[in-house]
Design a binder for this molecule. Structure first.
Ligand SMILES: N[C@@H](CCC(=O)N[C@@H](CS)C(=O)NCC(=O)O)C(=O)O
Length: 204
């Protein structure tokens, strides 16, 4: 399998980290979803976005949630980091949805600076995105129930929360500093001590 996209992308990183935790071998191609690389990604994904996972038969799986679901089915319910059974499953998927909403809003604050000239930025829109990101990460912060998000056992909630939180700290440090999430900081430190996370650091 070949994973397209840089680890600075929180969506790529959560896929790569999950593959590491599952012990699944893959080739990593750190393509940027902008510029010339986008045309390379378009060979497998018409919208040129990452992560895109190219399977051994050349078929591509697109969107990190779809890729995680594919990987979970590959390793089976006993090893999957997202529970297969209800009610745990919808609770986990809902938490992941909130986390993804929060980081998507943080990504927009970064795109605003990187891709829009200063005179064309709309401050109320940026502030709204920052607020949604803050509210989402504060929700995650309040949901930590032990050494890991769900208590004693590492789950997809930890992989996703850590990859997303680390992204904000690297890509928009001012936004991260304004949030104050000591629980997520501690979670990140614990997770990044593990090779599965350390090997995918966004700032590497
Ligand atoms: N919902 C998608 C989001 C993926 C995404 O936003 N990827 C960004 C990189 S962080 C991207 O490809 N941006 C380029 C673009 O949207 O054209 C997922 O979870 O995989």
């Amino acid at each position: 399998m070949v994973l397209l996209g840089r680890y600075l992308s929180p969506f790529v990183r959560r896929v790569a980290t999950t593959m590491n935790l599952y012990g699944l071998a893959f080739e990593h191609r750190p393509l940027l979803a902008f510029g010339d690389d986008k045309d390379v990604i378009r060979q497998w994904n018409p919208v040129g976005r990452v992560p895109t996972l190219v399977l051994d038969d050349g078929e591509a799986v697109v969107d990190s949630a779809a890729i995680l679901d594919y990987l979970d089915r590959l390793v089976g319910p006993e090893r999957a980091l997202t529970p297969a059974e209800e009610p745990d499953r919808h609770r986990m998927l809902s938490l992941l949805g909130i986390a993804t909403g929060a980081v998507e809003k943080a990504v927009l604050t970064v795109y605003e600076v990187r891709h829009r000239p200063e005179e064309k930025r709309h401050a109320p829109w940026v502030e709204l995105c920052a607020r949604q990101a803050r509210d989402g990460f504060h929700y995650l912060e309040a949901r930590i129930r032990g050494p890991w998000m769900n208590g004693e056992t590492l789950s997809q909630a930890d992989v996703t929360a850590v990859c997303y939180w680390d992204f904000v700290k690297v890509a928009n440090p001012e936004l991260a500093a304004a949030m104050t999430c000591p629980g997520l900081d501690a979670l990140s430190e614990r997770a990044n001590a593990m090779p599965a996370f350390a090997d995918t650091r966004p700032d590497a």
